[in-house]
Structures are given as C-alpha cells and as structure tokens.
Design a protein around this ligand. Sequence first.
Ligand code: ADP
Length: 327
Amino acid sequence: MQKQVSKIGVLTSGGDSPGMNAAIRAVVRTGLYYNLEVFGIMRGYMGMIDDDIVPMHSRSVANIIQRGGTILKSARCKEFYEPEGRKKAYENLRKHGIEGLVVIGGDGSFRGAQKFSTEYDIPCIGLPGTIDKDMAGTDFTIGFDTAVNTAVEAIDKIRDTADAHDRLFIIEVMGRDSGYIALHSGIATGAENVLIPEAKTNIEDLIVSLEDKQRRKKLVNIIVVAEGDEFGGAEEVAKVVRTRLPDMDTRVCILGHIQRGGSPSCMDRLVASRLGYAAVESLQEGRHNVMVGIVNNKLHYTPLDSAVKAKQKIDKEWLKILKILAS
Ligand code: ADP
C-alpha cells in the first residue's frame, strides 16, 4: 500500500467502447467528492506525451453518462511503446503534480500502464473498457453489453428480411481475438451456427448441416461469425458455401463499427459507474497497478501483470446449447 494521492489523471485508450464516458464521469465525480484534483488526459497515452492534459470539474462531465464514444478521445500511441515516450509522459504528469492514474481501456492499454508503473512511481488503476469481454478478472467489461445488444438488434432485423426471401445470412460481428459478441448474439437471436476463434471451425460440418437443413426445407438460416475466426470471416465462409451449395441464396452482412457506438445500456452505465468509483477508492486506499473488475457481483482486484496475461475463457457449453436449440 502506498501514500494517498491528491491529484489524479484519467484517460481512455485503445479501442473505444460505449460506457467509457460514464466511467470518466464516475472517476471525476468520485475524485471531487474526496477533494482530489482530477485531470483529463486527451487521446490516451498521446495526451500524456503531448501534455494535452486538462483540469476536470463536476460540470466537465455533465450530460455524458448516456453518450457513446469518449469525451477524452482515444488513440493508439506508438511513442508510448518506447522508453523515451514514457519518460516524456512521466515528466508531463510531474509538471501537473499528477500522482495516480486511471486507465480505461483494453489489455493493450493495461500493458502500457503496467510498463509505465514499473518504471515510474505513479500508481495505475485499470478499468476494463472493451466491447470484447475477453479480460480475465471480471465478469463484465465496459461496453460489451451495449455492443452485443446492438448486434442482437441488427441480427433480428436481418432475420426478418432473410425470412421474407428464404435466405442464408452469414453475419460478421466484431471480435478479433474473442468470440463473446458472436456467441452471445448468436444464441440470443436463435442463430443456426456461430463460428468463433476459441473453437475450431469445421467447414465440412457446417456444409453437411446446411445440406441437412435444405433437405428438411429449413431455408432461413443465420450464421454468426466473429471477425477473428480462424477460417477467415464471413466472406471466406460465404465463398465455400456458394461453391458447395449453389442453390442456397447466400448473403453476407458485416456489422462493423456500429457495434462500438451508441448510447450505453443501463448495465454498461452501472458497471462503468461502479468501476469508476472503485478506481478512485482504490487510489485513496493506496492500491496500485491493479485492474478493478466485478466478479460474482463484488469488486475484484487483479494485478495488472496478471490481467494482461490471462484471457477470459469461453464456456464451450454454450456452443452445445446453441446446437441443441437451433436444430
Ligand atoms: P486496447 O487497450 O484496446 O487493447 P491497444 O492494444 O491498441 O488497445 O493499446 C493501446 C495503447 O496502449 C497502444 O497504442 C500503446 O500506446 C499502449 N500499449 C500497448 N501495449 C504496450 C506495451 N507493450 N508497451 C507500452 N505501451 C503499450
């Protein structure tokens, strides 16, 4: 445990996710409640290096809890990978007297925070802000619930038009390394199949099951593919299906960045508010270099170095459930 801090900084880094604003608001307002000075750091680590650091007040975070994106902007910052970049960042924090940092982002951002905090005496608290939900040490990540609900809404709409024309739709959702959005949205929309990076895609099995459906005159089918599935995404799957099953009316839809935007769901606002509050409490209590998450509805603290090593595993039972229910 370390000394208490009186000035803290907050930043959002890496891939943005809905609910980041709610987390910023919670950090700022909790900090002010404890009479801390709170600084907003613009564009993630870029703002630390460029000294784009602004004082935050209660009004700075008014009317943002319901907004997607992030008022602090987000960025990927090459310079922060280098020791000179991190040194510049440290000097700027010192200039403002910032003694503790809240980093809202994904595992890449935590890797940066972990490196920075081992080199310099600035405690860092990580808040999991990612639509991918693949971080170990938390049951929730800020943004997943909104993103998956956006996917569900879109897939429901696609099913309507698929049904009108007896089509097969292959729908690609986000998830470069993680199949959570695909799995959850697929189950929630009654998809026939879900292809995810965590499970080997057997294209032959997929073709056989579609042939079987054709024989049974089940002509409306939805397949949800995570963009990072090792077979290569929706277009690649569609190529094989069109070659092997030319009679099937096969369409592709790539949902893309709509999954990152939009007003955060109630769940994401609650998670972000709780975690933002907990981040400041953690700094007050002298915690350092931990990710704050929620496990079994309790706040849970994971050292940043463990948080970046472990990934949350997919419960494969869901794939079995999907298969049984989609028959
Ligand atoms: P995410 O946080 O969404 O996983 P990235 O992987 O792009 O996003 O990481 C965000 C930023 O964190 C990077 O642009 C870089 O500035 C910083 N970062 C990531 N990994 C490291 C690392 N190993 N060392 C230093 N900084 C890093």
